[in-house]
Design a protein around this ligand. Structure first.
Ligand SMILES: NC(=O)C1=CN([C@@H]2O[C@H](COP(=O)(O)OP(=O)(O)OC[C@H]3O[C@@H](n4cnc5c(N)ncnc54)[C@H](O)[C@@H]3O)[C@@H](O)[C@H]2O)C=CC1
Ligand SMILES: N[C@@H](CC=O)C(=O)O
Ligand code: NA
Length: 432
């Protein structure tokens, strides 16, 4: 057996400790499959004394993660710290500059700096791998980069955040309160260090931008993702969607429209007969449509210690085999920026929820604003009491231009009848 792959691991939280546990548990099998052992030769985290439930005494400890990049006896640095900039980015830059391969689970860093890091890796003929960064344990990066690489992909979408999907499905199935379920997700280890990245859609947007770059061969454009999260979703929305035959899921959607790049993260009403409506808990699912492969669907655990560690170690096995491939499906030097598509031009049905004063004439005011914006209403689902003196009204539009829906709502923005900003969610259709 050839020399081991010597790794240095920075960050020993949920994922970092999971990587050590996995290598300790499956080390012999991994060595066989990789053709050589993978050994942890250095570790670093913030707090040496913290009880992580594993014995770290055998692993050389470094107080500063950046020290790992400078070690001579290391082949690959594994970054499990998180954050788009700061320590993680410094470590990535220094590791690649000092000729080490780099493995990360950090979608924020790849979404913001992926092009720079990919070019550095390609220039140095090094591996930069990030399977764990998108959809946790699901081999979707490998699937798109390698398995589907012969295809032109024009649409990629799916459920990309385990925390949000867990929150939405617990609310839907068990009637639990939003904050209570989110706390659970944090305790289990699904949520980001700052859970607002999850519930405000930013984490899903990081992943979507990476998927889009992989799928379309265009430069990563995280700033081009339109983002809305699930913070404003009420139990009543879930109930009303259900009454209509839909389930609410936070989706990331990227496509090429007339040569322009459209990227959006939004809660969608997904028809009950659509496979994505049946993705529950922290499970993720990614759908990609290839022009020869047809529809591909990748599904599995999107978050949590075991699944994420599984993806990290799979990257390490590839590196140990000397089989690390390109960073994206297209060489980074050939990935040009793409013009952004305007979402206002998109046509589809929308669900709109209002909380309004409980007084006569309010419904007429809303429908008049929509009529003036040329948005016709397909159904007024239900009205129910929201709080003392206010009612909740939800409606579904006919197919309408998104810009017109926004215009209708803008016309209502100064109305004293509205007690909260209206909430808009799109209905997933084949045109999306
Ligand atoms: N938890 C999950 O299910 C998943 C997490 N990820 C990603 O994996 C990465 C790690 O996530 P978790 O393990 O959940 O986070 P965590 O918060 O549990 O662990 C982070 C670790 O990094 C250390 N750390 C933080 N700042 C540091 C600094 N400046 N210097 C040295 N050490 C520092 C912390 O002490 C801790 O050991 C993040 O990029 C996250 O987005 C990716 C997929 C799934
Ligand atoms: N916080 C993320 C973790 C995995 O990427 C999520 O909930 O999906
Ligand atoms: Na993955």
């Amino acid at each position: 057996m050839t020399a081991p792959l010597r790794i240095a691991l920075a960050g020993l939280g949920t994922v970092g400790t999971g990587v050590i546990r996995l290598i300790e548990a499956n080390g012999a099998m991994i060595a066989q499959r990789a053709g050589r052992p993978i050994i942890v030769s250095a570790i670093s985290a913030r707090d040496r004394s913290r009880d992580r439930g594993i014995d770290l005494a055998a692993y050389p400890w470094y107080d500063q993660p950046e020290q790992l990049a400078a070690l001579d006896d290391i082949d690959c640095v594994v970054e499990m710290i998180g954050g788009s900039d700061g320590t993680a980015l410094e470590l990535a830059r220094k590791s690649l500059a000092s000729g080490k391969s780099f493995v990360t689970a950090n979608k924020a860093m790849i979404a913001h700096h992926g092009m720079e890091l990919a070019k550095a890796a390609e220039t140095g003929n090094l591996s930069l791998r990030y399977e764990a960064a998108v959809a946790g344990g699901i081999p979707v990066i490998k699937g798109l980069r390698d398995g589907a690489s012969a295809n032109r992909i024009e649409r990629v979408y799916g459920i990309l955040n385990g925390t949000c999907n867990y929150v939405l499905t617990e609310m839907e199935k068990h009637g639990r309160a939003f904050d209570d379920v989110l706390k659970d997700a944090q305790e289990i280890g699904y949520a980001e260090a700052d859970p607002s990245f999850d519930i405000d859609g930013v984490d899903a947007a990081h992943k979507l931008a990476i998927l889009a770059a992989l799928s379309f061969g265009k430069a990563l454009d995280f700033e081009g993702v339109e983002i809305d999260g699930i913070r404003h979703i009420m139990a009543a929305d879930i109930g009303q969607a259900k009454a209509l035959g839909y389930r609410i899921r936070l989706l990331g959607m990227a496509r090429i429209d007339d040569g322009k790049l459209f990227q959006r993260v939004n809660p969608y009403l997904v028809p009950e007969n659509h496979p994505l409506a049946h993705i529950d808990g922290s499970t993720n699912a990614v759908v990609a449509e290839g022009n020869f492969s047809g529809r591909l669907m990748f599904q599995g655990a999107g978050a949590g210690e075991g699944p994420t560690a599984s993806a990290v170690v799979a990257d390490l096995i590839d590196i140990a085999r000397g089989d690390a491939g390109t960073v994206f499906a297209t060489p980074a030097s050939k990935m040009e920026p793409c013009e952004r598509a305007e979402s206002g031009n998109r046509i589809g049905k929308s669900y709109i929820r209002f909380i309004v004063a409980d007084k006569p004439g309010v419904l007429a005011e809303i429908t008049a604003a929509m009529r003036d914006a040329e948005v016709s209403i397909e159904s007024l689902i239900q009205t129910e009491k929201a709080a003392e003196g206010s009612v909740l009204i939800s409606m579904v539009t006919h197919d309408s231009r998104e810009r017109d829906v926004s215009l209708g709502l803008a016309a209502l923005s100064s109305s004293t009848s509205l007690k909260a900003a209206p909430v808009v969610m799109h209905l997933l259709s084949d045109q999306d």
